[in-house]
Design a protein. Structure first.
Length: 446
């Protein structure tokens, strides 16, 4: 078992979480034969991927594929009892934030502090790993550079806004989860894939093995993985070295339910009380018939039309689920049309880039949409995000309808520097084009 832990620890600290077999063997003083034995073991098969060298060049490499994904709704008090993802402070996990320095931070910084996380780690059979390794695994899993992420903007109309600067693989996402239904989908290693492989020093490796690494990571991120995963026992040779794997105690005094009863000292505490008292907030499922149309269909020059194509709706739902990292159900998808903006759009020579706009309140959506037609500079800037996950996290849950509403927009700026977050003052540079209203999926019961 020590060898397995050392191997995980070594790879988690290696560049891109990948290292050459020979280098690992030398540094950890484990024979290559023993490493191969670990890789072959049923128990560890999702943890690592052997990425073989091409026939005439290179050296065999090993990638860490053990994935610990964090819940993106934790900071908004994830209400899902059996949420399959870790509940940890996002400011302490995600690569753009570094480490959380908030002394009064209401969110957990240690993996094994909450009963929720302990249960998850137990169920996944990972309780033989220390808290510090688990935390580093969560950090690596949140970082496309240290893990295997597939870009879901690629393949959409307009393509990936980051183009060649994207740090995720541009390959059919659905094929990697065995769900591609397009008969004409090429599934070939294109220029962008080759550039990605080069960036990660994988040019001389077997491409099939590289894609296997992606499949392993994506499998562990499926919301139902935890319910379907079957954890084989540690092989006997691993147990003979160290055999004190234990289940983590769950009866700690900081259980999730007691937080609700504490004094409302923070916004999150107030929200948790709200969540305990508002029945809509805790409602398990919302059916389409329960949702009254939140908006009129048109106002002034702006028109909203339904996305009528069923398969497009399914694809949007999958796309949002993948981006947000949480199973969602799309209740409404609208195309936003504005003749005034379209005229502007066609005159424009600049290639637009997609951004996403969070909505604080569904009722204010029209106000938000109308700002694109303003003649003057905006007094209060419009805050928009380059990726859906960030925009989603800034979106308020509408407690009355149990829904989130997110807007997509095009940004026309010749000197646009791709930032995670932009402040827009000039309405002529933006054009809203999609509105998505969605709710949580609870254990895939939709
Ligand atoms: Zn959660
Ligand atoms: Zn924090
Ligand atoms: Zn991309
Ligand atoms: Zn495909």
């Amino acid at each position: 078992m020590d060898d397995v832990i050392n191997l995980i620890n070594h790879l988690i600290n290696a560049k891109y979480s990948i290292d050459a077999l020979e280098s690992i063997s030398n540094q950890l003083n484990i024979s290559q034969e023993q490493i191969h034995r670990i890789l072959r073991a049923d128990r560890y098969k999702d943890y690592f991927q052997l990425i073989k060298k091409n026939p005439n060049q290179g050296t065999d490499k090993i990638a860490l594929t053990l994935d610990l994904f964090c819940c993106t709704h934790y900071a908004q008090l994830c209400k899902k009892q059996s949420c399959p993802f870790l509940h940890l402070c996002p400011y302490n996990i995600r690569p753009m934030h570094g480490k959380c320095t908030n002394k009064n931070c209401p969110y957990d910084h240690e993996v094994l502090k909450s009963a929720h996380n302990k249960k998850l780690i137990n169920t996944r059979g990972l309780s033989f790993l220390s808290d510090s390794i688990l935390l580093e695994l969560a950090r690596a899993s949140a970082d496309p550079n240290r893990s295997f992420w597939v870009c879901t903007d690629n393949g959409k109309k307009g393509g990936c806004p980051k183009k060649t600067c994207c740090d995720k693989l541009h390959y059919c996402y659905f094929s990697l989860i065995n769900a591609c239904t397009k008969t004409y989908c090429p599934h070939i290693i294109n220029e962008a894939c080759i550039a990605y492989f080069r960036h990660k020093d994988l040019s001389e490796q077997d491409q099939h093995d590289i894609l296997e690494a992606f499949k392993k990571v994506l499998k562990q991120r499926k919301p139902d993985f935890i319910n379907t995963v079957n954890i084989p026992p540690h092989p006997s040779w691993a147990l003979s070295i160290l055999s004190n794997e234990k289940s983590l105690p769950l009866n700690d005094n900081i259980s999730e339910s007691t937080i609700i009863n504490q004094e409302p000292t923070s916004l999150s505490a107030i929200r948790s009380i709200l969540s305990a008292t508002a029945p809509e907030f805790t409602a398990k499922t919302v059916y389409k018939s329960d949702i009254s149309p939140p908006l009129p269909d048109h106002e002034q020059d702006i028109l909203l039309t339904d996305t009528s194509d069923e398969s497009e709706c399914i694809e949007i739902e999958r796309y949002l689920t993948q981006e947000i990292g949480y199973s969602i159900r799309l209740s409404i998808s609208k195309t936003i049309i504005c003749e005034y903006k379209n005229a502007q759009y066609f005159d424009n020579q600049i290639e637009p880039v997609y951004y996403y706009c969070p909505t604080e309140n569904l009722k204010d959506t029209w106000k938000l949409l109308r700002c694109q037609n303003d003649q003057n500079q905006l007094i209060k800037p419009l805050i928009i995000y380059s990726n859906i996950r960030d925009a989603h996290e800034a979106t308020e849950l509408n407690i009355e309808t149990n829904q989130f509403c997110l807007l997509r927009l095009l940004v026309f700026q010749s000197n646009l520097i791709q930032e995670n977050c932009l402040e827009i003052y000039d309405p002529t540079t933006i054009c809203f084009d999609r509105m998505w209203i969605y709710v949580y999926s609870d254990e895939g019961t939709f």
